[in-house]
Ligand binder design. Structure first.
Ligand SMILES: C[S@@+](CC[C@H](N)C(=O)[O-])C[C@H]1O[C@@H](n2cnc3c(N)ncnc32)[C@H](O)[C@@H]1O
Length: 202
């Protein structure tokens, strides 16, 4: 799914409010030490990371969409943020020559076909004792993306299956729970969905 078409209208009031709730949940979940570095995968326009910029000494924001990154670069420059750096790359196709204390992501994992591959990549990109924190959709029936014709990702995740995948990769102290419930209106119909947060330590 190409997010370029959504970039200019991404920062709606609904998404901005939800991003604050998600960022607060990420902050209490990873409880980052002083001077920690972080990477956000699938940053979009940075709605999540703008709320977390004071929690980390440095944040690398990765997104495949040029227009999402263009919007984000504009916001970083406009707000004179000096600890956030963007990279417009496909995380699957590219090597990243940096390691991080924390990797977090919101609503991006379900867009990656090979979940095991990307979680393995996160493991390699983390410093030892680093944290992975994923916020994503709980398993659903496909309604969430029913109007996105080119969507070819996952209809959310089963928390237990995802936890086991992480344990098999080598992560420890893996925990997950649902923390957010909301409704999305599609074609006048209310679609209920919920989000989980998952934390795993390297
Ligand atoms: C649903 S949006 C979430 C954006 C942001 N995290 C938020 O919550 O507002 C998913 C983002 O993941 C990005 N993305 C999807 N596949 C990617 C990939 N292979 N590499 C890097 N970014 C990717 C998309 O471009 C998009 O901006």
């Amino acid at each position: 799914m190409n997010f370029d078409d959504f970039a200019n209208n991404w920062d709606t009031e609904r998404r901005t409010k939800r991003a604050k709730i998600i960022a607060d949940e990420i902050a209490v979940t990873v409880n980052a030490k002083e001077n920690s570095s972080a990477m956000e995968f699938g940053s979009g326009t940075g709605l999540i990371s703008f709320n977390l910029k004071d929690n980390f000494s440095h944040i690398t924001l990765i997104d495949i969409s040029k227009f999402m990154i263009d919007n984000l670069d504009f916001k970083i420059e406009n707000n004179k943020i000096n600890n956030m750096v963007t990279r417009q790359i496909d995380i699957i196709e590219n090597d990243i020559d940096e390691k991080f204390d924390v990797i977090y992501s919101s609503m991006a994992l379900h867009h990656i076909k090979d979940t095991n591959e990307i979680l393995g990549k996160f493991y390699k990109l983390l410093n030892s004792e680093g944290y992975l924190c994923i916020v994503d959709l709980d398993e659903e029936d496909g309604s969430f993306h029913k109007n996105d014709e080119d969507f070819d990702g996952h209809n959310g995740f089963n928390q237990e299956e995802l936890k086991q995948m992480l344990i098999n990769i080598g992560f420890r102290d893996v925990e997950a729970h649902t923390f957010f419930k909301d409704k999305k209106i599609i074609d006048g119909e209310e679609i209920e969905y919920s989000l989980f947060i998952l934390k795993a330590e390297k």
